[in-house]
Design a binder for this molecule. Structure first.
Ligand code: ZN
Ligand code: ZN
Length: 398
């Protein structure tokens, strides 16, 4: 399953990037496929990349979504158990007198600090009444997990805007909020006097003297892909959020060398690693992120250029043995350049296998796909269709 994150678009002067790009291999895939359009969650629902990937893997996001915190935490390598509360976090600069909650955020990225290893280590030495763990993510980002807090409601401490005071965490269980607020205060004290920050101050850089928590979520009991389908899943991605979804459903997660999650990524390494993975895994999800970045940046030409760049590497997918392999090419959502964000416009989907009822569609784009034999399906249907083609689906009824 090749996921072209955020590639589908709305027409600008009648054309989408997929309509403009030269992409002989994607078109060839459409030609040997049954094609259609897909609402990854449901018609009119704007998908996040996390909720849509859950649906594409056959997990109802309304049932299994944990919020972003636990998924990002899993994606950066933290272990989570049901009942753990997890957040995404930012190193930030705060200023003012009194406790952390009296202080005002002056920089939500702490001068774009990137070398946070020593700060993370110091935070992990804080003493709290419960077990917790901080992990470094890219740049000024991190993830924090608090073990076994079992709560239904917990809020962020990140005020999201510069000039505002750090927020107190609230929860339906007072002791949960108390522990997280104690962490906020102790983290501030440890960071304020840390040698990394003293050195930064001496060099005229902003201190990373606070850690702000957002994306609060509670880890759920999620049955593994293997338990549910009896099949082995591998997720290939360089994006923490998608790696986190792979971990959440108990899949193997892999980032090939040179894969970056942006337009500089090593496409060849990603595609050959996906093909190689078919030897040891039953379902391989290959995630390509950069289209979504171009969409958020409102860069039409960027999307066109990246489609063409990717297409060159797709010839190897056409050499798969379609008598025993099912190839699905689709997206998790549309990110139209005019909007600069995810929309609910359905995505393109092509399913190639020896036994599919091929249709008249010969180009991979938003308009042609509407004429295909799949018509309009939902994200949760995709694996069922593939499993049926591969004769591994269970019969419903007698
Ligand atoms: Zn996405
Ligand atoms: Zn996006």
């Amino acid at each position: 399953m090749l996921i072209l994150d955020g590639l589908p678009d709305r027409p600008l002067n009648g054309k989408t990037p997929l309509r403009v790009a030269k992409k002989p291999n994607l078109d060839k895939i459409a030609e040997i496929s049954v094609n259609g359009i897909m609402d990854t969650i449901a018609p009119g629902i704007r998908p996040g990349s996390d909720t849509s990937h859950l649906a594409l893997l056959g997990y109802d996001p309304y049932k299994f979504y944990t919020g972003r915190g636990p998924i990002e935490a899993l994606g950066v390598g933290l272990e989570l158990k049901p009942g753990d509360v997890a957040f995404r976090a930012n190193f930030a600069t705060v200023d003012g007198e009194g406790s952390i909650f009296d202080k005002v955020v002056v920089d939500r990225r702490a001068g774009r600090i990137a070398d946070t290893e020593d700060l993370v280590r110091a935070l992990n030495e804080i003493s709290l009444p419960i077990e917790f763990k901080v992990a470094k993510a890219t740049g000024h980002r991190a993830a924090v997990v608090f073990r076994g807090l079992f709560t239904d409601f917990v809020t962020d401490t990140d005020p999201k805007f510069v000039g505002e005071k750090v927020k107190r965490c609230k929860s339906d269980r007072a002791e949960v909020a108390e522990i997280i607020n104690e962490f906020m205060q102790k983290a501030h004290e440890v960071l304020e006097k840390h040698w990394v920050n003293e050195l930064r101050a001496k060099n005229g850089l902003k201190k990373a003297n606070a850690i702000l928590l957002r994306g609060a979520g509670v880890m759920k009991e999620v049955p593994s892909f293997k338990e549910r389908f009896g099949l082995k899943l591998k997720v290939i991605s360089a994006t923490a959020l998608i790696k986190g979804v792979g971990k959440l459903v108990g899949g193997e997660v892999f980032t090939p060398p040179g894969a970056t999650g942006n337009k500089e990524t090593n496409l060849n390494a990603k595609i050959s690693s996906a093909i190689k993975s078919l030897d040891s895994s039953d379902v391989v999800l290959l995630h390509i992120k950069a289209f979504d970045e171009f969409g958020h940046d409102k860069d039409f030409e960027g999307k066109v250029g990246f489609v063409e760049k990717l297409d060159v590497h797709l010839s190897s997918l056409l050499e798969l043995d379609f008598s025993e392999t099912c190839l699905i090419v689709t997206s998790d959502h549309s990110t139209p350049v005019k909007v600069g964000d995810h929309t609910a416009d359905p995505v393109v989907i092509s399913i190639a296998h020896e036994d599919v009822r091929r249709d008249e569609v010969t180009t991979f784009d938003e308009f042609s796909a509407t004429k295909g034999g799949l018509c309009r399906i939902r994200g949760m249907d995709v694996l069922n269709i593939a499993f049926d083609l591969l004769d591994v689906a269970k019969k419903f009824g007698a």
